[in-house]
Design a protein around this ligand. Sequence first.
Ligand SMILES: [Mn+2]
Length: 222
Amino acid sequence: MQISDNRNGIPLDRTISNTQNHDTRFPTRTATVSRTTGETDVQVSLNLDGVGSCTAATGIPFLDHMLHQISSHGLIDLDVQAKGDLEIDDHHTNEDVGITLGMALGKALGDRKGIVRFGHFFAPLDEALVQVTLDFSGRPHLSYGLEIPTQRVGTYDTQLVREFFVALVNHSQMTLHIRQLDGINSHHIIEATFKAFARAVRMAVEIDPRRASMIPSSKGVL
Ligand SMILES: [Mn+2]
């Protein structure tokens, strides 16, 4: 099927390949990345133009719960499979899921042409309130402003939240600022962070129809 609508000056020669894509003028942005080390074996598949369907099997239940937040609220179809050295602790698997997800995100975005680029969101979860602001700038940076009051949520070491975002930022070349405005319960604070992150990503990866064929940088490169 060929596209016949040229209201926004977008080229007419793109073929519709995915009926789930909300804007069928654009191809679906997908990526699969497999990464194996001596410590872990991780595979991530994602579709940025998805509907929020998720399969997450990392062996770390709380991390799976957070990956579901990214998928559901980011409208990213996500499949994450990981086998890691959990007999030591969750550290390597948690970090390597962040690395591989970051790589897949960067790969799916390609040259980042046409994207809004910036995203932000405030997510409440009961008493917790977290703001996430991000930029697919090509320059990795994390400002991490969470103060999580307990060392663990279930069996999950809450120090690993920062490790996850460090890995993700470095491998997706993203600038990410996380601010905690309120919160008492550790589970709520972390989950609000992932929800805000998901919505901020969703905003940033949207196609901007006013400059759909351009890389969104005054330098022309991201
Ligand atoms: Mn929860």
